[in-house]
Design a binder for this molecule. Sequence first.
Ligand SMILES: NC(=O)c1ccc[n+]([C@@H]2O[C@H](COP(=O)([O-])OP(=O)(O)OC[C@H]3O[C@@H](n4cnc5c(N)ncnc54)[C@H](OP(=O)(O)O)[C@@H]3O)[C@@H](O)[C@H]2O)c1
Length: 323
Amino acid sequence: MINHQKDFKHSLKIYIAGHTGMVGSACWRALEASGYSNLIGKTSKELDLRNSQKVYDFIASEKPDVIIDSAARVGGILANDQYPYNFLMENMQIQNNLIGAAHELDVKKFIFLGSSCIYPKLAPQPLKEEHLLTGSLEPTNEWYAIAKISGVKLCQAIRKQFKKDFVSLMPCNLYGPYDNFDLETSHVLPAMLRKFHMAKLTNNTPVTLWGSGKPMREFLHVDDLASAVVFALENRLPDYLYNVGAGSDLTIKNLAAIIQDQVGYKGTVIWDSDKPDGTCRKLMDSSKMVALGWKPKYSLELGIAQTYYWFLKHQDTFKQVKL
Ligand SMILES: NC(=O)c1ccc[n+]([C@@H]2O[C@H](COP(=O)([O-])OP(=O)(O)OC[C@H]3O[C@@H](n4cnc5c(N)ncnc54)[C@H](OP(=O)(O)O)[C@@H]3O)[C@@H](O)[C@H]2O)c1
């Protein structure tokens, strides 16, 4: 029995699209740790997923049993605002090419990754899957969100019409190894971590952080998302869409206090309330996924400590995405 399981895990061919990214690399690590050894990945230089013929040919020749789609053009408010065409078009191209080829070439399972930005700006909190398409989107990232919504819907349509196991997972804010640590373009958690670290090295000089510190956010370690991906791989999930979050949120001020503590920064924090706060709260309801048996393992303290350790070990190589 155990050997059968091992053989199965060895033979199941899994293509992780976007395996060099924060999410894709976490999926790769989690699958390897769970015993899956037949993993394939291509960088964007090796295979540009915007090119439909190349994607089709690749899937036709490799014949993966499973595709995990963690490839996307990602970015913050500024990038979305400056490159709306690219965010809408490239993300639709990437996912359409992958989903279309997977369907036509009979890939058994497809796991599509999106983000909580698919939900309406004013949807009730915590955000539930059923809130999809019940109101207007946050205008600053609607380009990206519309592409992701069309990916969710495409997988749902294939599931409905052809009864195939195509499923979408929507994570909250993620953090962890291989995050983007650029001070201009990164998300709040890696930006704070780097700022506190740099200030610690310069005799605990004051650190200025954006906004009032009052908005509330939810953060999930990327390895916990990867465990949800493994869970979705090993179980036929009964519905088409699942939120994947930590289940609780905290203020940005409290987040700063935890990071400050983990980094060992002893200076003063200045809150620049002239800078925008963004949405006051964004918490997902992940109870549908939790009810099936998945749950996150990392506390925020442990996750940040692990991320800081990783950051220190990769100071010369960590990713800094430029606009
Ligand atoms: N980060 C978060 O906080 C967060 C939160 C919620 C959801 N997500 C979702 O998770 C997914 C991955 O995010 P991430 O943070 O891992 O992003 P990331 O670190 O920027 O990685 C993006 C990946 O996509 C690949 N890619 C981009 N354009 C491509 C193209 N034209 N052809 C081939 N590959 C291409 C990149 O490949 P190369 O490196 O080879 O260029 C890279 O492997 C996205 O769908 C995102 O919505 C992320």
